[in-house]
Design a protein around this ligand. Structure first.
Ligand SMILES: NC(=O)c1ccc[n+]([C@@H]2O[C@H](COP(=O)([O-])OP(=O)(O)OC[C@H]3O[C@@H](n4cnc5c(N)ncnc54)[C@H](O)[C@@H]3O)[C@@H](O)[C@H]2O)c1
Length: 267
């Protein structure tokens, strides 16, 4: 049996998770490995990247953990170099880092606007900046960037800077795809909806209090035409498809993984 990612090396940025929880990045790293890729798992929390790598190795996969702030140019340049030293190639870049700040433009501190824009857009830019020369030399590569339905729909809460930063990810991905199509490199965006992850639950708890989390999660699930929240594995499977040669003719697209919610009037 061969997997669709056999022989490929995937740089997954934001591959950790809170404790032993499953985030989108951790699920993606594990899914890539299950489909045959060697995974270089980067996270600002080196221990959580290590945990992801251990989970992959426990299943018989290959992974290397690396601690780096994905918004820091020096650290990301070093991370890409370390990936190349470890595995000699990079076929896939999966940019998964995303943070949130709550507040409308009047309330939100300028520093919070800058911090979220910087982390959410610069992290995607930097991984590409340092991995692209290698991909261009090989004439191949697949970049998968993670946006959000918040980039394309009002989701009912004032996460203005998050929404703007996720729209930037879509714009960046499209320009990447067109600029590098002639070099054999594809770039696509995955646009998750309401995904049951530590980030989502943490955001709800911060805004409404921990006691409200279950009720709000249930309410969101009811709004999804498929009747449930997405899981990190749903997003991971979409990333794996776009990363693989099965998506050889797919570039510059946004793949919405939201159980139908953005097509509905009920959001
Ligand atoms: N959970 C959702 O409902 C949802 C919906 C749409 C989009 N998304 C997007 O999916 C992505 C993953 O979301 P998640 O819910 O798994 O998030 P998460 O917070 O659970 O995981 C994100 C990981 O990124 C790491 N990280 C944060 N800042 C970093 C930095 N500067 N450098 C390196 N690593 C850093 C964190 O340590 C964490 O391990 C994010 O981009 C998020 O915006 C999530």
């Amino acid at each position: 049996m061969t997997g669709p990612l056999d022989g490929k090396v995937a740089l997954v940025v934001g591959a950790g998770a809170d404790g032993d929880a499953v985030s989108i990045g951790r699920a993606t790293a594990i899914t890539f490995a299950r489909k045959g890729a060697k995974v270089f798992a980067v996270d600002i929390d080196a221990d959580s990247a290590q945990m992801t790598a251990r989970l992959i190795e426990d299943e018989g996969g290959a992974a290397q953990a690396y601690g780096a702030d994905a918004s820091d140019p020096g650290q990301m340049e070093a991370a890409v170099s370390a990936c190349l030293e470890t595995y000699d190639q990079i076929d896939i870049v999966d940019n998964n880092v995303g943070i949130m700040a709550f507040g409308n433009p009047v309330d939100l501190a300028v520093e919070d606007w800058d911090r979220v824009m910087l982390v959410n857009s610069r992290s995607h830019f930097l991984a590409c900046k340092y991995a692209l020369p290698h991909m261009v030399k090989r004439g191949a590569g697949s970049i998968v960037n993670i946006s959000s339905i918040a980039a394309i729909r009002w989701t009912g809460a004032p996460y203005h800077v998050y929404n703007a930063s996720k729209a930037a990810v879509i714009g960046f991905t499209k320009s990447l795809a067109l600029d590098y199509a002639g070099s054999g490199i594809r770039a696509n965006c995955v646009v998750p909806g309401f995904i049951d992850s530590p980030m989502m639950r943490g955001g709800i708890a911060q805004r409404h209090g921990a006691s409200e989390v279950e009720a709000i999660v249930r309410g969101r699930a009811e709004k999804c035409p498929l009747g449930r929240l997405g899981s990190p594995w749903d997003v991971a499977n979409a990333c794996a498809f776009l990363a693989s040669d099965e998506a050889a003719y797919v570039t510059a697209t946004t793949l919405i993984v939201d159980g139908g919610v953005t097509a509905s009037c009920a959001l």
